[in-house]
Design a protein around this ligand. Sequence first.
Ligand SMILES: NC(=O)c1ccc[n+]([C@@H]2O[C@H](COP(=O)([O-])OP(=O)(O)OC[C@H]3O[C@@H](n4cnc5c(N)ncnc54)[C@H](O)[C@@H]3O)[C@@H](O)[C@H]2O)c1
Ligand SMILES: O=CCCC(=O)O
Length: 524
Amino acid sequence: MLRPALQSSFIKACLNSSRTPTIRKFNMSVPALRTIVTSVAIPKLKDQSLFKELAFINNEWTNKNITETFTVYDPATDKEIGKLPDMGAKETKGAIEVASTAFKSWSQTTGKQRHDLLIKWYQAMMDNQDDLATILTWENGKTFAEAKGEVAYAASFYEWFAEEAVRTYGTVIPSHMPNQRFITIKQPVGVVGIITPWNFPAAMITRKVGAALAAGCTVVIKPGAETPYSALALCELAKRVGIPAGVINVIPTHKHVSDVGKELCSNPTVKKISFTGSTAVGKLLMSQSSGTMKKVSMELGGNASFIVFDDADISAAIDNIIACKFRGTGQTCVSANRIYVQKNVYTEFSTRLAEKVKQFQVGHGFDSKTTHGPLINSKGVEKVQKHVEDAVSKGAELLAGGKHLGGSFFEPTVLGNMTTDMCIHTEETFGPVAALFQFESEDEVVELANNTPFGLASYFFSRDIGRCWKVAERLETGMVGVNTGVISSCYTPFGGVKESGLGREGSYMGVDDYINVKYISMGL
Ligand SMILES: NC(=O)c1ccc[n+]([C@@H]2O[C@H](COP(=O)([O-])OP(=O)(O)OC[C@H]3O[C@@H](n4cnc5c(N)ncnc54)[C@H](O)[C@@H]3O)[C@@H](O)[C@H]2O)c1
Ligand SMILES: O=CCCC(=O)O
């Protein structure tokens, strides 16, 4: 057993599958790195009962009638973390029924009651920040410091939405009829199906669940198959703080993902689908949801531009591109994918950026020396490698990195002299590659930046206030960072335009996606 400390007797008793740990094919081409990552010890959880290997339905941990399991691996070593029941459409349908029953009473609670529970859940997350971050690093690979940051970010959505739960105001509309009065009230939409990716195993869940619960909705969550343990740990805390049975349910699945998705999208009891992931899957889920006319929130892929004008503070632009591009080893939807640098600052910018990137330390997320962890899996590595090879074969200059280090590790990379015929210009790399393009004029770069079907985030650096207003208005994205590469918070509206999605998460707008407005016309 790799982690005897975590194999509680409860888990062993509940799981009837074989628990022989496995290591997937792990071709580490750099022996020193291999030795380092495989020898890093996984920290012991202070509270082992946060590690659950069962589904969570109706406040119960279950694998009832499920014999199939799927394995979750540490992306840094490819060693098995554990196994979970691989649930399908039938279990999803059952969880939807449970959530529907719970909705009857949960939707009748007051905003203040929901506020109090969300605040308790927030506090429980912060009290268990280290353990939650340990689980997150283990299954996702990001560094422990980053994982702690994600746990705090994730918890902040519960605190924020607790405070929104008591502010779902209706309106009174001035009447044009002497004998009639008009009001609107806000009501929860009902059961919500939530599908989330692996890159933010905690925050992509809480950003949706916080808003849904604040509104009075109940949820059935399908987390990423690569990172289900964070979702389950959150449920354990929810149960402890007194969130009622059936309000939150988690269906782990790997093999049956499309059946589970279809059930969530087509079941008429589910009134809304909230999805974060790729644009391709988002489109599929949207079409599957159309048969029952569900509301949808779609947080999809991006292809963010990051523009450095020649009047920018270059040091600040470099620090921010590092935060923006290499956060989560480049696996974030708001990561800069195309970096446009104005011609007369290009050499300084590219040289200084490459120097900094060469100093990054790649390794296991639990190693305190590591600045950047692995990619999620070999598929992620293949895409990065393909993008780098394509760029270099078409004339890009390799300024730093560029090598697959074996396993799921890829050297943080800077590519110069990029051109628009290269894959990176049109496709999100989702990896640690900073691709630098040169440009001459403001009009040219705005056109280049907008020349994509995606519209999630964009960034630019300039000290000219007039240009800052104009360019911010002209960029066709849902979010723009001006003189900053860090834009995400619970206070601000997160979301895209074009094929990057629909709806806004977080902020005072976040609850709206989980609410129906009802107009009441009252005769006197
Ligand atoms: N806009 C945002 O807020 C945001 C945030 C994070 C990630 N993303 C995007 O997500 C992508 C990377 O994540 P990914 O590779 O996990 O995306 P993905 O779309 O493959 O998977 C996302 C989720 O959808 C599930 N899924 C896959 N196929 C499904 C199907 N047929 N039916 C139902 N569910 C299905 C997956 O299991 C996972 O839980 C990137 O494009 C990234 O930009 C967007
Ligand atoms: O990957 C997408 C979400 C990232 C964020 O919330 O900043």
